[in-house]
Design a protein around this ligand. Structure first.
Ligand code: ARG
Length: 578
């Protein structure tokens, strides 16, 4: 159950009964400090102001209207008119029991599911995936998992860049290698990073090569069979690299989610025709543009949104307009999340405004930029490899697994090799993912192996260890979790704090879904793990008398389930033992 929403409804009713106008917000929030109770209602002050009443007197009336509610042990007025609620331990225990008895931990699936499109990962296929794709891929995937869990209809869209001038250069280079005969081509394609670099070098240095490249762009766009064939061959190699990375990282994206830029090629003319029909187009130095009052450049100069170049070529924006229309007309999205680097903010604002204006998106269709910052190196500059190159994602993951293996081996030298490898894999991948997800996505963060592989602090190793520690209680006692009986009773403060945190799981999951900040969930799980550790130290489990033991085991079990579910929503695997 969503405790905050439940209490908010109770207090809203009490406010109305005390004379506040209907719809006055009760503003119930979790209390910032333990001495202020578990939740506080902050809406009285605002209501009193509107009614010209003394806030403490109004608060008194609200408390009277509330009567003796079943959920509260104590309701007290504090400061200028806050109302602090101390929840009744029996009531809390009943909520926790209900969560434990439910496979969804008490979180109901949406009664009116939305269709939500999540555009994420979306790398440019000219190069191999690198560290710049890490955040969008991980954050997008976690949001998909959260929204899916809440019962919405999710449509993943991998809007990969597979079109444009770069591909002319790559095809020209492929033809060169082909002419050399043998397996020159397939050999070079086995390392896309090198392939791209060599092609670029030829483009910059070889006489005539750049012209050939431009020719191929034109040929490709006019549907020349040979160019298309080479292009497809390249795309296939590049996509399978992406798929390996997705596999390693445990990302949900598959071929079915692929909706590449080229998929919209046939619709780009229509986009222009539609904009024209609505008198939105202006020709400026031969290019077709849209000028909107919302976007101004320096000194208030009009800022064009270019949709077709003077040579007839289309742009990133044109494709995005076509994609938006597809998401509206074909996918019937209620909400679209664009999980994209913060630097594309202006592009997306222009897309949304123009898209709505041109009717490519229904007015009620919500378009959100889930933006994220840059992964930085310890030197405070964008992250690079030690030799100063772009860090390939595949290499980064491999290094994470290797380092994690060593850390785990140092801690548990007695474990068999294959188990060490498996733990190393899970810890390494989780460390990279969790380090990203646990930071607010809008800020840059520093990529540090030492930090992400530490067993202390808000890290994957700590979380995985905390989970395995809870599970070890059951393992050591040879207990079957389904055999727990009796009532949960919360008598020690540590039990109460843990239970309160546990029943707040739904609140945090829903706020991640609403605001698209996975780090809320990480912070919650970290606090939960900490409260479990305090509980574990303060409250003996297996040596307690039977009824207490059963109750504490239930708390432990709900903790394990919540940690596991929470980590799964982040896309992180758990280990029963480590
Ligand atoms: N391929 C683009 C890039 O690498 C990201 C595409 C994001 N999605 C979109 N609909 N624009 O920057």
């Amino acid at each position: 159950m969503h405790i905050q929403a439940f209490l908010d409804a109770q207090f809203s009713a009490a406010l109305a009964a005390a004379g506040a106008p209907a719809g006055t917000p009760a503003a119930v929030r979790p209390s910032a400090k333990r001495e202020f109770g578990d939740y506080q209602a902050n809406g009285v002050m605002g209501a009193a102001k509107a009614l010209k009443l003394n806030p403490r007197e109004l608060a008194q009336k609200v408390v009277e209207a509330l009567g003796q509610p079943g959920f509260a042990e104590k309701v007290e007025i504090a400061g200028p008119g806050f109302i602090n609620v101390h929840l009744k331990p029996e009531w809390l225990a009943a909520q926790a029991e209900a969560a434990l008895a439910d496979a969804r931990l008490g979180i109901a699936a949406a009664s009116e599911p939305q269709t939500i499109v999540v555009d994420y990962s979306s790398p440019n296929l000219a190069k191999e995936m690198h560290v710049g794709h890490l955040r969008g891929t991980i954050i997008g995937d976690s949001l998909v998992r959260v929204l899916d869990f809440l019962g919405h209809k999710l449509v993943r869209q991998n809007h990969v860049g597979d079109w444009g001038t770069q591909f002319g250069m790559l095809i020209a280079y492929m033809k060169r290698l082909q002419a050399q005969g043998g397996d020159a081509l397939s050999m070079e394609l086995s390392n896309l990073e090198v392939f791209y670099r060599e092609a670029k070098k030829a483009f910059d240095e070889l006489p005539g090569f750049a012209d050939t490249a431009r020719e191929y762009v034109v040929k490709l766009q006019s549907g020349d069979a040979e160019c298309l064939h080479l292009w497809q061959q390249f795309i296939e190699v590049s996509l399978s690299h992406c798929e390996e990375v997705y596999q390693e990282l445990g990302i949900l994206l598959t071929r079915e989610d692929l909706m590449a830029e080229s998929a919209y090629n046939d619709d780009l003319d229509n986009v222009i025709v539609d904009l024209e029909k609505q008198h939105l187009l202006t020709v400026d130095q031969g290019a077709r543009c849209v000028f909107l009052d919302e976007f101004k450049g320096k000194d208030d100069a009009p800022l064009p949104i270019i949709v077709q170049k003077s040579d007839g070529g289309y742009l990133y924006m044109t494709t995005d307009l076509a994609a938006l229309r597809y998401r509206n007309n074909q996918l019937h999205a209620d909400r679209v999340l664009y999980v994209i680097d913060v630097r594309q903010g202006l592009h997306l604002q222009q897309l949304y405004t123009l898209g709505h204006k041109a009717g490519f998106a229904r007015p009620e269709m919500k378009l959100e930029h889930v933006s994220y910052g840059t992964v930085m190196g310890t030197d405070g500059k964008p992250f690079k490899t030690r030799s100063g190159g772009t860090a390939k994602l595949a290499d980064l993951i491999a290094e994470g697994e290797k380092r994690a293996y060593e850390v785990v081996k140092a801690k548990n030298p007695e474990l068999p090799e294959d188990e060490l490898r498996e733990i190393g894999r899970v810890v390494g991948v989780s460390a990279v993912k969790y380090a990203d997800l646990s930071k607010s996505r809008t800020s840059d963060y520093i990529f540090s192996w030492d930090q992400m592989l530490a067993f202390e602090g808000n890290t994957a190793p700590y979380m995985l260890y905390a989970y395995s520690r809870v599970m070890s209680v059951f393992r050591r006692a040879g207990l079957d979790e389904s055999a727990l009986s009796g009532e949960m009773r919360l008598s020690e403060p540590a039990e109460r704090y843990l239970a309160l945190k546990l029943v707040q799981f739904e609140e945090v999951v829903r706020s991640v879904a609403a605001e698209c900040y996975p780090h809320y969930l990480c912070a919650y799980l970290f606090e939960l793990a900490g409260l479990f550790m305090s509980f574990y130290e303060a409250c003996p489990i297996l040596n307690a008398e039977e009824a207490v033991k059963q109750s504490r085991l239930k708390l432990a079990l709900l903790t394990a389930k919540t940690l596991k579910q929470g980590l799964a929503l982040l896309g992180i695997e758990t280990l029963e033992r480590m």
